[in-house]
Design a protein around this ligand. Structure first.
Ligand code: SF4
Length: 343
């Protein structure tokens, strides 16, 4: 395999590659479940690597997030990670963590070059987590994997983050979840408000939570966040619904500062191998409804999921006015002003 040394500059963003959409969980909110995974060809490492490098060159991005399905079910994962690392690309693995219960498998992936493990925990309790994944034993395995990660972080340097999809079944337990997740000392916790894609089963609409309810739950969890003393973010909720919690709003950052390109294992749509993956915040799944036209943040906002609008309408969108924005800018303290204040 060619050695490809990439000097990509400092472009922010990453490439998402899903080598397989197969999964050993069956999460209630999964937006890949509607696909027919039965007859997919397994891509070779050479094909995957060449396609990834092609994207890296065309986009100028040098970070790859390997996603799925569950990427550890891709049989050539270690070789693929090693090839990327040798080419100068940093690798993040978006895994459900179950395979990491095997300490040797984890060590092999770290040695191959995985620099960041991003792992979902769906609850702080076994029965709730396993009911969400519809896979008995998934909680115990994921926790065993996380404990192995904690142990290996004592001797190797790599990042680790925890993500929770927030839905009607867990939104009231955010504080308890933060207490629980903080024990594993992740670099950050991400709450990802549940989304339903255009193609997903309609029954998943029941899992959606109004923005206000999610934000109120996060506000109620602020003491737990302070006690945890680590960054906590929320995504899939627009800035106007997060007044007062702006620093936790990931959507604004993703829309304005992150570029995401990707490839997803294909096969069920007559495509030869991969289909392009849309940057979710700029995808056709989102819309900017009427109130957004009155919002000064509109050019910098990714809008909201169409499924959310279908479920709750647009009443929880509160456009930013120019006066409000001016007041926010005037009251904001710049780092230089802070330095002066401390002098
Ligand atoms: S553009 Fe629309 S969704 Fe975005 S912050 Fe403004 S009102 Fe909210």
């Amino acid at each position: 395999m060619d050695q490809v040394l990439l000097s990509m500059g400092s472009r922010k963003g990453f490439i998402v590659i899903s080598p397989t959409l197969l999964c050993n969980n069956n999460c209630i909110f999964c937006y890949e479940n509607y696909r027919d995974n039965a007859f997919r060809a397994v891509p070779s490492v050479d094909e995957l690597f060449d396609r990834t490098i092609g994207l890296a060159r065309s986009t100028g991005l040098s970070s790859v997030a390997i996603s799925g399905g569950e990427p550890t079910l891709y049989p050539h994962l270690t070789s693929y990670v090693r090839a990327l690392t040798e080419a100068g690309i940093s690798v993040c693995l978006l895994t459900n963590g179950r395979t990491m219960a095997d300490e040797n498998r984890l060590r092999e992936l770290v040695e191959a070059g995985v620099g960041h493990f991003h792992i979902p925990l769906h609850a702080d309790q076994e029965d709730r987590h396993d009911a969400t994944t519809r896979s008995q034993g998934s909680f115990r395995q994921a926790l065993a994997g996380i404990q192995n990660i904690m142990a290996l972080r004592r001797e190797s340097i790599f990042k680790f983050s925890i993500v929770q999809v927030v839905h009607t079944g867990n939104v009231k337990r955010l504080a308890a979840f933060i207490d629980f997740a903080a024990r594993f000392m992740p670099d950050y916790i991400l709450f990802s408000s549940c989304i339903v894609e255009n193609e997903s089963p309609e029954s998943q609409q029941e899992l959606l939570v109004p923005f206000q309810e999610t934000v109120d739950a996060l506000k109620a969890a602020l003491p737990a966040i302070v006690a945890a003393d680590m960054p906590v973010y929320l995504e899939n909720v627009p800035p106007c619904a997060m007044r007062g919690l702006e620093t936790m709003c990931l959507d604004f950052h993703k829309y304005n500062r992150l570029r995401v390109h990707g490839l997803k294992a294909a096969g069920d749509r007559g495509l030869p191998s991969f289909e392009g993956l849309e940057q979710s915040i700029k995808s056709r799944q989102r819309a900017r409804p009427v109130p957004c036209g009155r919002c000064v943040l509109e050019p910098f906002c990714g809008g909201v999921y169409r499924s959310h609008l279908a479920a709750f309408g647009r009443d929880d969108l509160r456009p930013f006015s120019m006066d409000e924005m001016r007041a926010m800018i005037q009251t904001a303290t710049t780092p230089a002003q802070q330095d002066t204040a401390h002098a």
